[in-house]
Design a binder for this molecule. Sequence first.
Ligand SMILES: NC(=O)c1ccc[n+]([C@@H]2O[C@H](COP(=O)([O-])OP(=O)(O)OC[C@H]3O[C@@H](n4cnc5c(N)ncnc54)[C@H](O)[C@@H]3O)[C@@H](O)[C@H]2O)c1
Length: 318
Amino acid sequence: MRILITGVSGQIGTNLALRCLAEGHEVYGIDLRANSWTTLIRQSHCDLTHPCASTTLAQLLTSWGTPDIVVHLAAHAKVHQLVLEAHKALENIAMTQHILEYCRIQNVPIIFSSSREVYGNVYRPETSEKDADFTQITSAYAASKLSGEALVYSYARCYELPYIVFRLSNVYGRFDNDLKRMERVIPLFIQNIQHDKSLKVFGSNKVLDFTYIDDCIDGIMLGIDCLVTGRVRNETINLARSEGHTLNQLCLHLTKTLNIEVEIEDLPMQTVAVYHYVANLKRARELLGFAPKVSLPEGLHKAIIWSHEHLGKNHIRS
Ligand SMILES: NC(=O)c1ccc[n+]([C@@H]2O[C@H](COP(=O)([O-])OP(=O)(O)OC[C@H]3O[C@@H](n4cnc5c(N)ncnc54)[C@H](O)[C@@H]3O)[C@@H](O)[C@H]2O)c1
């Protein structure tokens, strides 16, 4: 299969591209940045916010050919970055529209990476896909994801463009610790514990559904297969572990695994943050046969091992 991945230098993009290559697929990646983890992925530099991005993409891919599917991951992917720079929400929406236009012209199905942020700050024991409500949106990032979804749905109805929307949740592990570019809670805590720094926890009772990277990639791979073969079409699906853990529990798992005691500073939760999310995975199970395999303690163990191995190597800087 020929798979075009946008945002291929990012955490999920790098993992997905390497998995696709390992399974014998052809991969072409697009990103603003060079990949700082690997040179194995064929990719081109392209700013997807540019109004001519869909034409540029078609030109870049002339010799490679038309993909069988596009996985659109490129975005400003950090909630708090968009609190400070809300205009970047518009860039997320522009990228999605340009990719949809490329898909429409080339007649290629699309997988869009949305987020559990679209569910807003509403307590539910478990959250199902029908629970998304644009009136509950708490951040410009979440608005950009819901707007991206709306564009995807409009292209499906207007132009019969097939899609799967995945709503992802706190993906961690392998290729996520470029902390200068983007702070993510698990690699940040691992690094701070290793440097004997206290952990600043904004809302220690906040409950989140942490997804180990390989489970996330398994879900996307199932989605690629189901969408290309036509077995699943035009569905919005939660991808996560479906287990809630407080940030406090996360800290305890990490300090136990690393066997280092550090002080935990319990700070008030940031207002835009979602305080309780556990995904209902019924649709993922029924439509894709998705079954996450990695529990949080196992995933943290793997993430710590990767982090140690990775720090021992010189990773290629862009
Ligand atoms: N990682 C998570 O926990 C998580 C959770 C929910 C949703 N998501 C979504 O999944 C997708 C991938 O997430 P990630 O964690 O790999 O993020 P990431 O930031 O690691 O990767 C995103 C990539 O998009 C690229 N990009 C940004 N602007 C671009 C532009 N104008 N043109 C081309 N490329 C551009 C960045 O350079 C980056 O490499 C994102 O859309 C994100 O919003 C991620």
